[in-house]
Design a protein around this ligand. Structure first.
Ligand SMILES: [Zn+2]
Length: 269
């Protein structure tokens, strides 16, 4: 998301908005103020908190909020460049360039909100601290607050902002920690390792995204079932946990143990 922010910051603030919309009915989450209120106003840039992108107007009166969820993608089209016929959302700028949101999924989850600055602040009030830049002390405090499994805890935006399921996989693998390990069981050395992994992996991802690398080059563990672990060569494994698919190395992370799908074991008990 930070890579998106850097890419979009200059182009979206270069010209005022000429036309806001159309937006897919499932994508636009607010109707007051109407999207047309953006027309004639200029963004002053893009800010990010966790996985949300905020586009505040230069006059300080409105904030466009975009949340891509899993399948949403933003694309900037130059003047005259062709885009998809029915994007989930479109903004056209006075210079002719367009910002397009697409979502290649049956169920539309990505969202666009047009908010007042006060409402935008409320949206982020419940978010935890940014993952990138966390110190071992800060992360240690979050881990010890309550006993939770590491993978869902890392993804919980109220605890730590900015880590999705793919990066939770990459981070836990780099830290050589089991996705099911309990946060309160980590010793100081493990907290240190997890902190290094959070910062190292997110910085690596940012660098690759800025070079326009695709998922296949960016992720070394996520979505690579059966492929050899990049550290030890063991085939990577997969387990489902609370609607999420977790990828991990049974040798580097779980001491050879294969993790059980906990939903299934609950049903069969
Ligand atoms: Zn391994």
């Amino acid at each position: 998301m930070e890579a998106w922010r850097r890419q979009l910051n200059d182009p979206v603030s270069a010209f005022p908005v000429a036309k806001a919309g159309p937006a897919h009915i499932a994508t636009l989450k607010t109707f007051d103020p109407p999207l047309s209120a953006l027309e004639g106003r200029q963004f002053w840039g893009v800010e990010r908190r966790g996985k949300r992108l905020f586009f505040p107007t230069g006059d300080g009166e409105l904030v466009l909020l975009v949340h891509l969820m899993t399948a949403g993608r933003l694309k900037l089209l130059r003047a005259g460049e062709d885009g998809p016929k029915t994007p989930a959302f479109r903004l056209e700028f006075a210079g002719g360039s367009k910002l397009i949101l697409t979502e290649n999924a049956r169920k539309k989850r990505a969202g666009v909100w047009l908010l007042t600055p006060e409402a935008a602040r409320e949206e982020v009030a419940h978010l935890g601290p940014e993952a990138l830049g966390l110190s071992a002390d800060e992360l240690g405090g979050i881990l010890r607050r309550e006993s939770r499994r590491l993978h869902p805890l890392l993804r919980d935006q109220r605890a730590i902002a900015g880590i999705g399921r793919a990066w939770a996989n990459e981070i836990l693998h780099a830290a050589r920690l089991s996705p099911y390990a309990l946060s309160t069981d980590l010793d100081d050395a493990e907290v240190e390792r997890l902190t290094d992994a959070v910062n190292g992996e997110l910085a690596r991802g940012l660098e690759l995204r800025e070079r326009d690398a695709g998922d296949k080059r960016t992720y070394r563990v996520h979505n690579r079932l059966g492929e050899p672990c990049y550290v030890c060569g063991t085939p990577l494994a997969r387990v489902d946990f609370e609607e999420h698919t977790i990828y991990y190395c049974p040798d580097c992370q779980t001491g050879g143990r294969v993790l059980k799908d906990r939903r299934l074991s609950r049903l069969l008990r």
